[in-house]
Design a protein around this ligand. Structure first.
Ligand code: BG6
Length: 478
């Protein structure tokens, strides 16, 4: 950061995301001395508050992170607050940007960078973007905009949203956050796969029977039912978080390790993915979902659980089912990728032992207890010759003095460094909606009823048979 000064503007500073994620992540970077010494953070929102009011509002959330009071206070001294009538209120922005420019001009540094974090709903990206473009752009350094999902509701609304910002900003300025890309195990996927030569020969249809990517939450919509009911679990989790993880798992080796090579490789997976159909989908809704007072339509058919089967038509993956499943109010919190290997052909004698040989599996567990596990068969020690399942585990919790920063902290650092590799590019986003939109429209238009399931269960009971049927590899010609 030598010779650079940084101004950060958090638009939507009084909201939930800002207090829970944006400011705590900035605090962490500040604590680790990863931000320039010359730093100011301007909060902007519609509610009226003083600078001190914002600091008091943020304090409990910052102190909860475990950072010392001294550092929290020194961070808060750099935080200021401005309010306006709307998110595109030009006169309010003018006074904020005026103060920001004054701060920059008092610095001896020659480069002044500006980061705008839009912690607001996408329907106001346009108005904020317009005024930032008009009066907020940096003159001597970079201007970057961080934006948050939902990036649309379907392909058309995504295209509209993309257009709103692309009229004013180049793709290089835009950082679309999918916070799953900032999780440790996800960040490890490229290195783990491509730096260990043992994986490449088996990372394909010859060895892998199926790949299942699972997201489970043991909490329900938690008072967010009003929001959730407009989106449903497919738009909330599968179309973005799980699809991103899938593309990293399934991609061909990128040509290079730069952001665009990685994203090119991910886009290739998406281009080769079949559009998902309603026949390849199982939907559920937990009992009592519509009791949430924020849900208006008590007869809602919004899915809170979904399992989908996807196909990737490449020589590597032809015929291998990729199952994505996600649900709320289930029995546990879990997110993992599980590659199930085909049965061994060479062990006829072992197959004949009375106990069934389980398939080998590679599990990448994102949360909780992040780990990489290889599930194998080994002989029960002692006089027995029967097999038992064993695990080779790399658990992050066993690594001493491990620092495992929040996904947002990593991603914000990448924004500062100008590394877009862990952010969603426009073509990636567009294609992901192309894959999901026919399914989403079919669900919306046919009013298909999701299957009921009990909160704290594993999901609809029908899922067991469905999984069994769907996770069988098929020949590419079938
Ligand atoms: C968000 C979804 O994107 O991810 C939430 O909107 C979900 O519904 C959350 O709870 C899960 O994130 P994490 O990091 O807690 O797994």
């Amino acid at each position: 950061w030598h010779d650079e000064v940084l101004s950060i503007v958090v638009v939507g500073a009084s909201g939930d995301l800002a207090k829970k994620k944006t400011y705590p992540s900035l605090l962490k970077l500040y604590e680790e001395n990863l931000l320039p010494k010359e730093l100011t953070i301007y909060g902007y929102a519609r509610s009226s508050k003083t600078h001190e009011g914002l600091r008091q509002h943020l304090y409990p959330h910052l102190i909860k992170t475990g950072t010392s009071e001294h550092i929290v206070n020194s961070f808060l001294e750099r935080c200021f607050y401005y309010s306006g009538k709307t998110y595109g209120d030009e006169s309010a922005y003018t006074s904020m940007i005026g103060d920001l420019a004054k701060f920059e001009s008092t610095s001896e540094s020659t480069v002044a960078n500006r980061l705008f974090y839009l912690a607001v709903p996408p329907n106001v990206f346009g108005e904020s973007g317009m005024v930032i473009k008009k009066i907020g752009m940096a003159t001597t350094g970079w201007t970057r905009l961080v934006i948050e999902k939902p990036f649309g509701h379907d392909l058309d609304s995504c295209n509209e949203l993309l257009k709103t910002l692309s009229d004013d900003f180049d793709e290089e300025c835009l950082y679309r956050i999918d916070h799953y890309l900032g999780k440790e195990v996800v960040q490890n996927m490229i290195l783990f796969r491509f730096s260990n030569p043992i994986w490449e020969p088996i990372w394909n249809r010859k060895s892998i029977e199926s790949v299942t990517i699972t997201f489970k939450e043991n909490i329900d919509t938690n008072g967010r039912g009003g929001y959730f009911d407009k989106f449903g679990i497919i738009r909330d989790i599968l179309q973005n978080h799980l699809l991103q993880v899938l593309t990293l798992f399934a991609m061909e080796p990128p040509e290079n390790d730069d952001a665009d090579s990685i994203r090119d490789a991910k886009v290739e997976v998406l281009k080769n993915m079949e559009i998902i159909s309603l026949d390849d989908c199982l939907l559920g809704q937990y009992d009592g979902y519509s009791d949430d007072s924020t849900i208006e339509n008590k007869d809602t058919n919004c899915p809170t659980y979904a399992a989908l089967r996807c196909w990737i038509h490449t020589p590597r993956w032809e015929g291998v089912p990729f199952i994505l499943q996600a649900g709320k109010a289930l029995d546990e919190k879990l997110c993992e990728v599980r590659a199930t290997f085909k049965p061994a052909k060479t062990l006829a004698s072992v197959q004949s032992v009375s106990k069934k040989i389980e398939p080998s599996e590679l599990v990448l567990r994102l949360q909780p207890n992040p780990a990489i596990e290889l599930h194998n068969n080994t002989k029960i020690p002692g006089l027995s010759t029967s097999p038992m399942k064993s695990k080779m585990t790399m658990s992050y919790e066993d690594i001493p003095d491990l620092s495992n920063p929040d996904a947002y902290t990593r991603l914000l650092l990448s924004v500062m460094r100008g590394d877009q590799g862990s952010f969603v590019r426009d073509d990636e986003l567009r294609r992901s909606w192309e894959i999901f939109t026919p399914l989403l429209h079919a669900i919306d238009d046919t009013g298909v009823r999701p299957l009921p399931y009990k909160p704290t269960s594993k999901g609809p009971e029908e899922r067991v048979k469905w999984m069994e049927k769907m996770s069988k590899a098929t020949s590419p010609l079938q």
